[in-house]
Design a binder for this molecule. Structure first.
Ligand SMILES: C[S@@+](CC[C@H](N)C(=O)[O-])C[C@H]1O[C@@H](n2cnc3c(N)ncnc32)[C@H](O)[C@@H]1O
Length: 404
């Protein structure tokens, strides 16, 4: 499906409504580095390029729209179980917030697409369960470990010097460029092995002690899934002062391994635009979203500094209109009812009893008064009794009532 935005678009705003407006199967690679539920507030120092950027990483149920949970409870049973396994209200809120967004990312990716979810041990165990429920356990490919060095003062535990990047694909046929996982040779080695054969292997030509001209190949640099890349330090050239800036070398490795030139790379939490700059550097198309209005300025400044010329960047704040869906049917159209009957196996989504199709009614999961739409994703079938009990309230109310 083609994209309903132009290449090099950066949106300022909440990524949920914007992603809901993006066409399905329109992106090749997603890298996301969301808030980690670290219970911290981040702010860029005054005077840095990123000054003015800040975001909160503490979670309460007030931070999430409880209607999202209704949708998950009604439509995504496995996901619902993962959310209810959370140990605290804060973790539960964070997982609801992430689940609704990851569902959109799954829809937006092409069937050959890949997703890399950057997290750390604070929530990685829960996020992996969410990813298993949304992308499928069999589509978990690996975990990329970003290993860095940070001085530690605690004598009561092991120093923690890594982040995890969970890597999933949509299906069995995915883009992967093995050569991009090999070590990059340093400049000194490249000068010594200054020739390249037709397969891209580097070698040098020398004359041995008998006077015979010979070739010597450089050893293939094999890497594994632990990438040792320094933290973006205060003195680092690439540092823009963004509180959670990730190293561009990490993004370059991921982008080169899991996409090809002209593919679309998407970062829904793009911060100071590290992913977008790396994508641009390697001739990928890109699109990004960040809630902070500093991101758009940083992407323009960084790409200009990186490429030495001003690129044509689209800055948007509107919610896009999907062009891959026809006009919406009336919510209770017979074809909607039939599709839902198949999806639910003929069972009421409240009491779970089996009914003939004529005895089930189409219900909005998120009520229209609360912004719920007539999309199939927001519809379910309930028996007359459950529909009356629920009324205009959320699914949570119906489930609690039925359990009482
Ligand atoms: C961990 S940072 C990303 C840093 C980025 N990888 C980089 O290298 O600069 C998380 C970002 O998510 C953004 N953010 C938080 N909630 C958001 C939302 N609902 N929609 C879009 N962006 C959001 C924050 O403003 C912040 O820039």
């Amino acid at each position: 499906m083609s994209a309903n935005w132009s290449n090099r678009t950066i949106w300022t705003g909440d990524n949920l409504p914007i992603m809901r407006g993006m066409n399905s199967a329109s992106v090749d690679l997603i890298y996301l580095d969301p808030p980690f539920n670290s219970k911290a507030n981040y702010a860029a120092p005054i005077g840095s390029e990123a000054a003015g950027a800040e975001f909160k990483d503490t979670w309460t149920l007030q931070d999430v729209d409880i209607a999202w949970l209704d949708l998950i409870e009604a439509k995504h049973t496995r996901l619902n179980k993962v959310i209810h396994a959370a140990m605290s209200k804060s973790d539960k809120s964070y997982l609801i917030y992430m689940a609704v967004r990851l569902l959109e990312m799954h829809r937006i990716l092409k069937s050959t697409g890949s997703i890399y979810l950057h997290c750390d041990p604070t929530m990685s165990h829960y996020l992996k369960l969410l990813m298993d429920a949304i992308f499928g356990r069999k589509n978990f490919r690996n975990e990329v470990v970003w290993h860095y060095f940070k001085p530690h003062s605690s004598k009561r535990t092991w120093p923690r010097n890594y982040d995890q990047v969970l890597y999933y694909t949509i299906a069995d046929d995915w883009t992967f460029n093995h050569h991009a996982t090999l070590f990059e040779y340093d400049e000194k080695s490249k000068r010594r092995y200054d020739k390249t054969d037709s397969e891209g292997r580097r070698f040098k030509v020398y004359t041995d002690t008998t006077g015979t001209v010979r070739k010597a190949y450089m050893k293939a640099g094999r890497a594994d899934n632990v990438l040792k890349i320094p933290f973006v330090q205060g003195t680092s050239k690439e540092r823009v002062g963004y509180p959670t800036q990730k190293p561009i070398a990490l993004l370059e490795r991921i982008i080169k391994a899991s996409s090809n030139e002209e593919d679309v790379v998407f970062d829904p939490f793009c911060g100071c635009a590290t992913t977008l700059v790396a994508a641009d550097r390697h001739s990928r198309n890109w699109v990004g979203i960040d809630i902070s209005n500093v991101a758009v300025r940083l992407v323009e400044d960084r790409i200009k500094a990186d490429q030495g010329l001003f690129q044509d960047i689209q800055s948007r704040t509107d919610v896009p209109q999907r062009t891959d869906v026809g006009t919406l049917l009336m919510y209770n159209a017979p074809s909607n009812k039939k599709a839902l009957y198949g999806e639910q196996g003929g069972h009421c989504n409240g009491c779970a009893q089996h009914f003939q199709i004529q005895n089930l009614e189409v219900d909005h999961i998120i009520a229209r008064a609360q912004g719920g739409t007539d999309h199939l994703e927001n519809l379910q079938l309930l028996c007359g009794h459950c529909n009356r009990v629920k009324g205009d309230r959320g699914q949570e109310y119906l489930i609690a009532k039925l359990a009482a």
